[in-house]
Design a protein around this ligand. Sequence first.
Ligand SMILES: Nc1ncnc2c1ncn2[C@@H]1O[C@H](COP(=O)(O)OP(=O)(O)OP(=O)(O)O)[C@@H](O)[C@H]1O
Length: 612
Amino acid sequence: MRRVRWNAPLVTALAGLGLIALLGIVAPLVLQEEATALSGAARAPVSAEHWLGTDALGRDVLARTLVATRLTLEMTLAATAIAAGAGILLGTGVWVSGRRVRELGLRLIDVLVSYPALILALVIATVVGTGPTASVLAIGLGGAPAFARLTANMAASVAQRDFVTQARLMGVPPYRVLVRHLLPNIAGPLLVLLSVAFANVLVALSGLSFLGVGVQAPDYDWGALLNSGLASLYTNPAEAVGPAVAITVTGVLAGFVGDGLAAALDPRARDTKTAPAQTPAVSAPSHRAPADALVTVDGLSVVLPDGTRLVDEVSFHVMPGEIVGLVGESGSGKSLTAMSVARLLPEGLSAHAAQLTLDDLDLAAPVVDPARLATGIGIVFQDPSASFNPALRMKGQLTETLRVHQGVRGAEVDRRAVEALEQVRIKEPARVVRQYPHELSGGMRQRAMIAAALLPGPKLIVADEPTTALDVTVQAEVLDVLTDINRRRGTSVLLISHDIGVVGTVCHRVLVMYAGRVVEAVSAADLRAGRVKHPYTQALLAASPRLQDTGAAERAPLATIPGRPPQPAARPAGCAFAARCPVALDTVCATERPRLIDDVACHAVRQEVPTA
Ligand SMILES: Nc1ncnc2c1ncn2[C@@H]1O[C@H](COP(=O)(O)OP(=O)(O)OP(=O)(O)O)[C@@H](O)[C@H]1O
């Protein structure tokens, strides 16, 4: 389960509920006598002696409200436990069963959920009778369908994940898959539902007692006290105020716990918003980007909270109309670099840069106008099947930015959506805009993703491995669309790929990344011709089956790069590639990190260059 990040509403609400629980323990011990003593004055108004007055038999209302805390909380906890226990059992039971039972079970749960819980509880109450136990059973069982539905739905979605499939293939029995793989992965949402259910159960139990079918005299809970206060609502409203406030405060606090838990367990509610790049006050720009560069990145570092640098002082620029490729092995920092430009860093990571700009838009500012960001940068992600919401038609998704940030409405929305699909060469665009994502092929979805990114007219498209998830036959099609858009509209592209063949073919300029740094910047023409300097770029080229240019030097047989890149936290003091490098020098490469000078960061290369 995800680690809980404590937040103020959660802590405050838990502390409040803790206090009420303490009251529930202590009050019956010290106030029991006062709560049952007949003072003589029936329905006495508020006085110094009776802060909330007395009831019809002259008993102190405040003392009774406080004493009732215990029974109310006990009943609420018990009913919530029954709802959760029975619901989770039903939900998981349905999941573990065979297909037919599962189908039947899911339909049953659907029917039960569609039936209001309180009505269901009233029906159960009429069958099992009145009193605390009957109320708890009725409300508990009435709340079970909500838990069953959530458990079954979540279990079904987790069950499709690879690790569950693997466990099942390995013959792990269903109940073990359930306990080891499923329940821990759905515990977060269940916990949130638990606290919300607690509030609902409290209100429902109080409702039953208030209606006279719950707790019966001489027992009393807050609902029963509310019922007795109703009779004197006009003469002594305070009698109803005590239990009403108690129910409201406890219910609201439980709701806050649910809310706080949801925020604490959901990374999107915290810092995924986009971790803004922060500009350190002291660093001065060092990267000499042309004045008319569209994107300027100078000294960009992406760091973990413990200070580990995942991306380390990366500098580059993208000119208007230019396609720049970021290439390197998995983990070299390509995505984090590109996502910093788009201000879409994952939670927990922060970016620092001396300069990070798109035209005159400061991407390193703590706050950036979302409309300018959304219309300035379009993003194409790797997996087209995950990029679209399966429940919505293509039109709405393609045109979201247009509608939200550019106020485009009505027939214009349709026209622009169709036009965008035409531009990415999707046949019958008018029909496709009305379709759902699953009705499109992978290649079409990826081209539609490019259309969505293009629609607001961005100056830059960030394409993060746009062809990796696609069939080889459609990869070229998608890349062709990207280059075509670049040619016709002059849109700049920052293209991320682990395939040096792809970037060499599509880009104008290529930045080779290794262990969080740019180790070489090279024109695509030089790359294709094999005119590269850094031993890592040479190794990548030698290992690439793709780059076949007519003007290229004679290709050597395919090679592999021995070893693995170092983990970000274990990068050596010297060159991070030294351990795998065939030309590493004994001293300097082991001790000194090479800087990017004349587009290459390598001590050995510099030693080879004869000094004038
Ligand atoms: N949210 C995160 N928390 C911690 N480490 C991360 C996070 N995201 C990425 N990393 C680490 O940062 C480094 C760079 O990651 P990044 O995704 O930018 O690499 P990449 O070159 O794009 O690789 P790939 O081609 O596999 O996507 C990797 O070592 C990765 O494990």
